[in-house]
Design a protein around this ligand. Sequence first.
Ligand SMILES: Cc1cc2nc3c(=O)[nH]c(=O)nc-3n(C[C@H](O)[C@H](O)[C@H](O)COP(=O)(O)O)c2cc1C
Length: 365
Amino acid sequence: MKMDNWPDQVRRLCDILGIAHPIVQAPMAGGPSTPELVAAVSNAGGLGSLGAGYLSPEDLDGDIKKVKTLTNKPFAVNLFVPPEAVTDTPSDELLNRLKNFSDELDVQMPALTDGTPVISFDEQLQVILDNHVPVFSFTFGVPESRHFEELHRKDIAVIGTATCVEEGVMLEKAGCTVVTAQGIEAGGHRGSFGANEDIPMIGSMSLIPQLVDRLSIPVLASGGIMDGRGMAAALALGASGVQLGTAFMGCEEACVPGVWLDALINSKDTSTVLTKAFTGKYARGIKNKFVEGMSGLEEQVPEYPAQHYLTKALRAAAKSKSNPDFMSLWAGQSSPFIKRTTAKELVENLISETGEVILKLTEEF
Ligand SMILES: Cc1cc2nc3c(=O)[nH]c(=O)nc-3n(C[C@H](O)[C@H](O)[C@H](O)COP(=O)(O)O)c2cc1C
């Protein structure tokens, strides 16, 4: 399928982001979205995104410069909107459970008096502005109006994450140029930030058309899309493009530890769960010993980033020992479709498969 053939809704998104294909590689903080992956996706005509939520301003600056040496095409950098200060004190039951797991891996739990280190969003954003990054995306909330003013002044396209219509409306009003509709199938953290006590749990099939009908800016569909069938379905629901995370974890350019990749390859439809146990924020990943061992304690888990901090050493030790029992194995519900490939092949296959699906449907009607 050629770009000229795309419907207006898609061409509008491609024009805003300066890309040939309406495919965004999801930002994946914590390792998978390497500068090499980001550049390879952008070089293939999609939009690569650097997941920079956990990066210090210095490391972020280095990664952006690395991407720029590998591509001259547009790419995105993604940050986490900072949470409110956490005041919960974890229960003894929760701390004891975490201590038992830590003892099993021979790691030290951080002392609560250490406090939770916070990375400055303002400093991270300044690095993005200084480097003239073409696209800025974010999750977990809405940045302040002064942030939007600075981004607009530099002509940087801005993509926010919504998990329900109310959040999408807030993002458009705040000044986003594009909104990502994150369906409940999605791997990784939920971007939810609205006032709802329970996080929205809306599947992509319902969320995409409701957001498309309410917003006047383009909507990117995200969650459970792994191939041309999913991409064609998203476009049929009115999305202007797609954002895939789990599918891109199968690419050679991504950095995914072997045991995590094996878990993705061997996963099935019921393998993933939503859990707060790793970080204090709901996220979807493959069920393992840690998730099962924390069951019954979800209500006691302190909010992000406190729980993220409490489990950090445990997760790092598990990773260094290639022990998947205590790693956060983030994955979307469609993980069984993951393929070992390159970013270029994945983008090309998505485009050709989507064209075939649309053609087959129209011919058979
Ligand atoms: C390993 C992993 C890390 C993620 N990290 C981020 C992130 O840093 N920022 C963000 O906006 N979304 C993040 N997400 C969510 C993605 O943006 C996207 O919503 C999700 O991957 C879509 O579902 P899929 O995995 O089924 O394609 C992450 C997803 C995964 C799988």
